[in-house]
Design a protein around this ligand. Structure first.
Ligand SMILES: [Zn+2]
Length: 298
């Protein structure tokens, strides 16, 4: 028998040990899920802009002269890492410079971790909002597990492979990515460039205008506008037909709501495209309806 040097044997044993360890950990289902690329939607909004995501994730990527800007990062770091790889192939570049969080909810911010070199921009209230959501990790795990169970119950009610089943399956897969990330301690990446009222960013060929809307769907809702594209991003503030995602407004924020409405009105035009935080592509009519509803409340 050929004599194997001790160091080689030691390394071989270590590799075997790691392999067995990784197989064991797979059995314990701690490996971050890899989602089939075919389940991930990708829409080209214009020559610079892509909107992508699995189910209700809506991550926008804008290729500018000064780097790629992401608006909303999705529900999971591992899932958004997969989006990032697809984006790099589509855009043929990987210079992600900014991620803008439209608000602090976990399904818009946990994906921040995928864009390691980018500066994360958000309203200043997002820090506390994100911190509060993650202060009790056991509660986060239990909450996500409960959501997965609810999806499983809904799945059982549809014939496997039907369009309803497929839709719920994609939502379940999306939440499962967040659950797996949470139990695997994927980092929660906090915003590192904050603003209070408005923020303007020049990216060379395009400009980004941001405004804090005032306390409404969350404590940190902002809108983003790109004048060169006549496009608004409104996060979860409203859905199709201008349907707001909140019932009441805070009297202490009346000044801010009025200011935000004036800001929107001064920018709005007939050809506006309005993107919401879960991928709905809307128009000026939806924005006008939302403004009418808010005006009645203030
Ligand atoms: Zn939200």
């Amino acid at each position: 028998m050929k004599k194997v040097p001790l160091i080689v044997r030691a390394v071989t044993s270590l590799v075997m040990l790691l392999l067995v360890g990784s197989l064991f950990s797979r059995a314990q289902s701690v490996v971050a899920p890899q989602v089939a690329d075919s389940l991930i939607n990708i829409t080209r909004l214009n020559d610079k802009t892509l909107l992508m995501g699995l189910a209700a994730d809506a991550v926008t990527a804008i290729a500018t002269q000064k780097g790629i800007v992401i608006i909303d990062a999705g529900i999971s770091g591992s899932l958004s890492s997969q989006y990032r790889v697809i984006l790099e192939k589509e855009l043929k570049r990987n210079d992600f410079v900014y991620v803008i969080n439209t608000h602090g909810h976990h399904d818009h911010t946990y994906g921040n971790a995928a864009f390691t070199k980018a500066t994360i921009i958000a309203h200043e209230n997002a820090i506390k909002e994100i911190h509060d959501q993650w202060s009790d990790t056991a509660k986060v795990h239990a909450g996500l597990k409960k959501t997965l169970k609810q999806f499983d119950e809904r799945l059982a009610g549809f014939p496997k492979g039907s369009s309803e089943w497929q839709e719920v399956f994609c939502q379940r897969t999306r939440y499962n990515c967040a659950y797996e990330d949470a139990v695997n301690h994927v980092e929660v990446r906090y915003p590192d460039r904050l603003f209070i009222d408005t923020l303007q960013l020049s990216m060379g060929d395009i400009h980004l205008d941001m405004i804090y809307f005032g306390k409404s769907h969350s404590e940190s809702d902002i809108m983003v506008y790109i004048p060169e594209m006549k496009m608004f991003w409104v996060g979860d503030l409203f859905f199709k037909y201008g349907r707001p995602s909140f019932d009441t407004l805070d009297k202490q924020h009346l000044y801010q709501y009025r200011k935000a409405i004036a800001w929107i009105t001064s920018r709005s035009s007939e050809s506006d495209i309005v993107i919401n935080g879960h991928g709905q592509i809307m128009d000026k009519g939806d924005m006008d309806s939302f403004i009418e509803i808010i005006k009645k409340k203030i």
